[in-house]
Design a binder for this molecule. Structure first.
Ligand SMILES: *Cc1c(COP(=O)(O)O)cnc(C)c1O
Length: 397
């Protein structure tokens, strides 16, 4: 199907996930994210109604910087948190919103399950857009106070629901609503329109380099899938290291070949609290479900809360740089594998997790202006049981 249909639908009619049918190897040029994104994504949008819009889409969606910050010993942070909601989810959400603004002509409800950051990014990207309603589902008590403020800050066409359960309940509920309600779409990373634009920052950071190891703090495997797709498009990404928190299905799958989804464990890196990562099937598909081929390109390490804390403190003591708990998983995983030159995705601003980070570094973390503006707003979520019936009632269906 054309890419605009895949991203409009969110999920394939048979319930599966859309993937590119082939991976072109375009010559990536440019020094800004919109330029790089346009050249990288052009083949995916060839003959699509959005083809001619791609440069303007990218310019609209990617209007904030993506700096690379040297940390130590060749380790660099790819800072993905300079968008409006201070996490990397802004890239995919803003790209999707820019696409939808051009292709959606009839009223549509976007249902999004969030472990903390997706919901805020989607809410910010779609707030006030005509024809689109957003329903955000987040685990009550499972997100940071500042994440929750972001989720509830919008109102209008964006409604937030605190689900009495964990992220996997929210994900299941979102899938049930997508199936049961008409005229819906998903803004989770099951939507291919989230993953394609995420390839662009890996392209920007690596296209002019030699072979580079990329370390990706991983939950639902969306960001890492984007890195692997970027590699398949010919970018010099040598290896992708998946850093998970104490939720272990991915490292265990790589170690044993058995995929064993399980109940989510709550951790300090809450946006990665995923027990049943939906994009694993995309990674398996990419490698023809051949574990030995996956192992050539991919490593995975699990990092527990004690190590997250120790890493935040150690990195700050050594460099003066405050990192968020997710980024800390990336640094800790990479150090465990021996360290050395690598690009580590810094997925959220530490100010979103100040109650964790500030006591560990013994200093306040400055709040970026866009985040401060959101935190100044007021709002409230409706609490619901983790059932479709409860959600139906709450949204008035
Ligand atoms: C969503 C998120 C992750 C995990 O990304 P996936 O694409 O779900 O693997 C990591 N860090 C932060 C800060 C996030 O918001």
């Amino acid at each position: 199907v054309p890419v605009s249909v895949a991203l409009r639908d969110g999920i394939a009619p048979d319930g599966g996930l859309y993937v590119p049918t082939s991976f072109p190897t375009p010559t990536v040029t440019g020094s800004t994210l919109p330029e790089v994104a346009s050249t990288l994504l052009a083949p995916f949008f060839a003959d699509d109604p959005l083809e001619s819009e791609l440069p303007s889409l990218c310019a609209e969606a990617f209007d904030f910087p993506v700096p690379v910050r040297p940390l130590f010993e060749g380790v660099e942070l790819l800072e993905l948190f300079h968008g409006p909601t201070a996490a990397f989810k802004d890239f995919g959400a803003r790209f999707l919103a820019a696409c939808f603004a051009r292709i959606v002509k009839d009223p549509l409800t976007i249902v999004v399950a969030t472990s903390g950051d997706t919901g805020g990014a989607v809410a910010a990207a779609f707030h006030g857009r005509p024809n689109v309603d957003v329903v955000v589902l987040y685990p009550k008590g499972g997100v940071s106070a500042r994440q929750e403020k972001q989720l509830c800050a919008f109102g209008g066409n964006v409604r937030a629901f605190a689900v009495r359960g964990v992220f996997d309940d929210c994900q299941r509920l979102a899938k049930e609503a997508l199936r049961a309600w008409g005229s819906t779409s998903s803004a989770n990373s099951i939507n291919v329109g989230r993953l394609l634009p995420q390839m662009a920052y890996y392209a920007l950071a690596t296209h002019a380099r030699g072979p580079t190891t990329v370390v990706v703090p991983t939950g639902n495997l969306g960001n890492a899938t984007a890195a692997l797709w970027a590699k398949r498009c010919g970018l010099p990404i040598e290896r992708v290291v998946l850093a998970t928190n104490a939720n272990r299905p991915i490292p265990d799958f790589l170690a044993t070949g058995r995929y064993d989804p399980r109940a989510t464990v709550r951790t300090l890196a809450n946006a990665m609290d995923v027990g049943a990562p939906s994009n694993l099937e995309r990674v398996r598909h990419l490698y023809g479900d051949d574990l030995s081929r996956i192992r050539v390109d991919v490593r995975a390490e699990s990092v527990d809360d004690a190590e997250i804390r120790a890493t935040i403190a150690r990195v700050h003591a050594r460099t003066g740089v405050a990192i968020c708990p997710h980024t800390a998983c990336g640094v800790a995983a990479w150090e465990r594998l021996g360290g050395g030159p690598a690009l580590i995705a810094a997925t959220a601003h530490p100010a979103k997790f100040e109650t964790v980070v500030e006591p560990l570094i013994g200093a306040p973390v400055e709040v970026p202006p866009a985040l401060a503006a959101l935190l100044a707003r007021d709002g409230r979520a409706t609490e619901i049981e983790p059932t479709l019936a409860a959600l139906d009632r709450a949204v008035g269906r």
